[in-house]
Design a protein around this ligand. Structure first.
Ligand SMILES: Cc1cc2nc3c(=O)[nH]c(=O)nc-3n(C[C@H](O)[C@H](O)[C@H](O)COP(=O)(O)OP(=O)(O)OC[C@H]3O[C@@H](n4cnc5c(N)ncnc54)[C@H](O)[C@@H]3O)c2cc1C
Length: 539
């Protein structure tokens, strides 16, 4: 490390940069994070925190704090011409494998504060008032030119991650086009207090004529976030996109008048705490990586404002990149592994862009208002639990397929309960904590089949620093010699959820995605798969 100032430099301390820095620290990677703004931003931006993000926060021990600071949204009501058209309940009972079947409203600045405090606990800190000015790279390193108002410095690092938002200098320095287009309108977002008949933990979408106004709850008495089109003179040139820092502050009376026009009478605004103006765009960077420089979050993608996807997708970019960088820096990553970041995350971003664009047009052009949303459908679409990498290079299935609806390589590994004989039950997500990959050996008989036993022994001898083995059996009886830890899966519920109808091995990567699955006969193919991903080991 002596010739480097740090292993990874993270540029930008928005939610994505903060998650990136937290994850790198958790993976024991030396990193620095710089932020050009000297002050923490309190602006009105993201609010919806999706179920998959809550799972990641739980992994970090932050989910409980997030839930305490936020509001669980219980329903979305759609009103047309003053009448309730549809009520979509979002207050579901626990769903199998899904510990957070909900959407949480938590202001972006509060989530950033949670991540920033956690970073401090892990020994990191945001270097505020330090802006990236330029970046260059050679095959073995990256050099960033950074500046404060009275100094210029150079930071030499192994990798640089641009989490510097929609106007990313990192992206520009890499010469990467930000392909896409802006939408014409400007929107107002205001955090207000409303007196009247609005149920406190429910969202409302009011439609009258061509006008749409959203009100969604924020923690605190009578507090709601209002989103509406800005009918004042446009504040932006057509080339601008994303968040607009300065705009005409929305007057309380303007929002009240809009509310009076579209909603049922009886709602009174008593306070406007803060306002943002923003423009909606759909854009995707042509690459998410160039050599040793990566993009994540808004620097890589911008989505139309529907269903709260931008920040959530960016946070998952960070989650997906940190373990790859850590593997590489520990000497067991391959260029294939680093390259797969762009393949996987760009694939996801393109899908989110299509979906949010459809939903945004539905909302603003008032199409398909009668759509029924079942919890499952909602989860698939917006909670990001169904986000998957199926069919992409690097995911493998061998042996008989478990059926159309079953879990496949490329899917998020679901939660579930297991028992350790003589102890309390525990959750799969507890096993997945930590920073390594996990090999789940599912078997039905008393003994582990010989093919799986050979594989497990080899993994424990050669790759125990990268892969942890877990043995899972339907029968709850004392452990056969040598198998530890041996969990009991009463009724085979977890095996069914994981599509392990036969004796099989399933490899879950450090980001919680199933990378490989094989029945016992093909289990030894895991060795080649690991070689390709993490590099070969010496026998
Ligand atoms: C009004 C609005 C509502 C939204 N609602 C939601 C929602 O409900 N759910 C959701 O998921 N998403 C939502 N989004 C999107 C979400 O806000 C963004 O996706 C998210 O902020 C992206 O995070 P980021 O860290 O990538 O970028 P940013 O939050 O933009 O952070 C980038 C950081 O980099 C810093 N920076 C920039 N250049 C430099 C430089 N040269 N040197 C050092 N630092 C630099 C900036 O100061 C900034 O702090 C919303 C967006 C808007 C505008």
């Amino acid at each position: 490390m002596a010739e480097f100032d740090t292993e990874v430099l993270v540029v930008g301390a928005g939610p994505v940069g903060l998650m990136m820095a937290v994850e790198l620290h958790r993976h024991d990677v030396a990193c620095r994070i710089i932020e050009r703004s000297p002050e923490v931003s309190l602006k009105c931006r993201a609010l919806h925190v999706q179920a998959r993000t809550l799972e990641l926060l739980e992994h970090l021990g932050l989910a409980e704090a997030a839930m305490e600071l936020g509001v669980r949204v219980r329903a979305e009501n759609i009103w047309k011409d003053g009448n309730l058209l549809q009520r979509i309940p979002l207050d579901w009972d626990p769903l199998p494998g899904i510990p957070f079947p909900m959407m949480l409203n938590l202001e972006q600045n509060k989530l950033e504060a949670l991540l920033s405090d956690h970073l401090t606990r892990l020994g990191g800190r945001v270097e505020r008032g330090v802006a990236l000015k330029g970046v260059s790279q050679v095959p073995e390193s990256v050099t960033a030119t950074v500046g404060t108002p009275n100094s210029v410095d150079h930071i030499r690092c192994r990798y640089l991650v641009g989490c510097d938002g929609s106007t990313s200098l990192v992206r520009k320095e890499m010469g990467l086009p930000f392909e896409g287009y802006p939408y014409p309108d400007t929107y107002i977002m205001a955090d207000v207090e409303v007196e009247g008949w609005l149920a406190p933990e429910e969202s409302h979408r009011f439609i009258r004529g061509e006008e749409v106004l959203l009100a969604t709850p924020i923690r605190g008495n009578h507090r709601f976030r209002i989103v509406m089109r800005d009918n004042g003179p446009s504040q932006v040139s057509p080339s601008e996109y994303g968040f607009i820092d300065e705009g005409r502050p929305a007057a309380l009376q303007d929002i009240q008048r809009a509310l009076d026009r579209v909603a049922r009478p009886g709602l009174h605004l008593i306070n406007n705490r803060k306002t943002s103006h923003y423009r909606v765009s759909r854009r995707l960077a042509s690459r998410f990586r160039k050599g040793r420089i990566f993009l994540a979050g808004d620097a890589a993608h911008l989505f139309p404002d529907a269903g709260g996807q931008g920040m959530n997708t960016g946070i998952q970019d960070a989650w997906a990149l940190a373990w790859r960088l850590a593997s590489d820096l520990r000497g067991f990553g391959t260029w294939t592994l680093l390259g797969s970041y762009e393949v996987e995350r760009r694939h996801v971003a393109a899908e989110v862009a299509d979906r949010t664009e459809r939903a945004f047009r539905t909302r603003t052009e008032l199409l398909d208002l009668e759509v029924e949303e079942s919890p499952q459908l909602w989860m698939q679409n917006w909670a990001q639990l169904e986000t998957n990498y199926r069919g992409l290079p690097g995911f493998e299935e061998h042996g008989s397929r478990p059926g159309k609806a079953a879990l496949e390589a490329g899917d998020r590994a679901p939660d579930g309960n297991l028992e350790l004989p003589g102890k309390d039950s525990l959750r799969v997500f507890d096993l997945l904590k930590g920073t390594s990959s996990h090999a789940f050996f599912f078997f039905r008989g008393l003994e582990l089949p010989s093919e799986l036993a050979r594989l497990a022994a080899w993994l424990e001898q050669h790759r125990s620093h990268q892969v942890r083995c877990h043995f899972i059996r339907e029968i709850c009886s004392p452990s056969p010699e040598g198998l530890s830890p041996l969990y009991c899966d009463p009724g085979g519920a977890l095996a069914t959820r994981y599509g392990a109808r036969e004796d099989s091995v399933i490899l879950v990567r450090p980001d919680g995605y199933v990378g490989f699955r094989a029945d016992a006969m093909h289990a030894d193919r895991l060795l080649g798969w690991l070689d390709r991903l993490l590099g070969p080991v010496e026998d």
